[in-house]
Design a protein around this ligand. Structure first.
Ligand code: SF4
Length: 271
């Protein structure tokens, strides 16, 4: 449970070793925001405990809701932070046209062009890119065992300042700081930043329609496709538990896809 000093999160309340976080003159610190509650809290916490947060960054997958992007803009204003939107230049619609709707087996490919490449470009020419995220170990049993506060990856360093916080901790922090909340948390139960569909279900489209986003649901449902293979169409919910366990993903994909039902490398589920 986070504690406070002078109304701010402290290194005592955030159990990461700040000595492990790159702080050199050429280090570049980015708080990744998706519109979800965890990344919102983590961005605010990061501003309080990081040596610096240079920018907030939103990975715009081109599949998310405008309402989510607008929330992130409001959040950046509330935090007094510069916001960079890293939008994929590749088209989800074009991928669907060429290959059909993706299922779990194509998550790696979708993750790569929707998110990973944007981070790769951000890392280019930078010695020490530090990515602050809202990943939490309480999201699942496997993360409980694997998530660390600071993790070195090939091209950057992941920092998860709220890795050991509970959902209740996040809610309390939000209230205490009076941070803006995304209306989508209550309506859709998620941020609405992307809809690759790899682990989606048709019910998500029905939820979108029920909450007034009929146009977005219709767009997702009616993308042209040159294949007649519909076996992967938003098929995650129709897979058996055994099939879900078979759809493993690596740690990076788990870090940035934590709000979808991405399997924990063998244990189906998620938030
Ligand atoms: S699995 Fe979820 S979070 Fe990851 S790219 Fe697909 S829709 Fe986005």
């Amino acid at each position: 449970m986070p504690t406070e000093q002078d109304g701010r999160a402290t290194p005592q309340s955030v159990s990461i070793d700040l000595d492990d976080v790159p702080t050199g003159r050429r280090s570049f610190h980015v708080a990744l925001v998706s519109g979800g509650m965890d990344s919102t809290v983590a961005a605010a916490v990061s501003q309080e405990v990081a040596p610096t947060i240079d920018v907030l960054a939103y990975l715009d997958t081109g599949t998310g809701l405008d309402a989510n992007r607008e929330y992130i803009e409001d959040l950046a204003d509330a935090l007094g932070a510069q916001l960079w939107t890293l939008r994929t230049h590749e088209s989800y619609a074009e991928k669907v046209r060429e290959n059909g709707y993706p299922g779990p087996s194509r998550h790696g490919m979708m993750y790569n062009f929707l998110k990973e490449r944007q981070l790769g470009k951000l890392a280019k020419g930078r010695d020490d890119l530090v990515l602050w995220t809202g990943v939490r170990s309480h999201e699942s049993e496997r993360r409980m065992a694997h998530v660390e506060g600071v993790q070195e990856a090939d091209r950057w360093t992941w920092v998860a300042p709220i890795h050991d916080w509970t959902k209740q901790d996040c809610r309390e922090f939000l209230d205490e700081r009076d941070l803006p909340e995304n209306p989508l948390w209550d309506t859709l139960g998620r941020s609405g930043d992307c809809f690759c569909g790899c682990f989606g279900s048709r019910e998500e489209l029905i939820d979108l329609e029920a909450e007034g986003y009929e146009d977005h649901a219709e767009w997702l449902r009616n993308l042209d496709t040159e294949t007649d293979d519909e076996t992967t169409l938003w098929a995650w919910a129709s897979l058996s538990e055994h099939q879900q366990r078979a759809a493993r993903v690596d740690e990076d994909q788990m870090t940035l896809c934590s709000t979808c039902a991405v399997p924990d490398g063998g244990e189906a589920g998620g938030e």
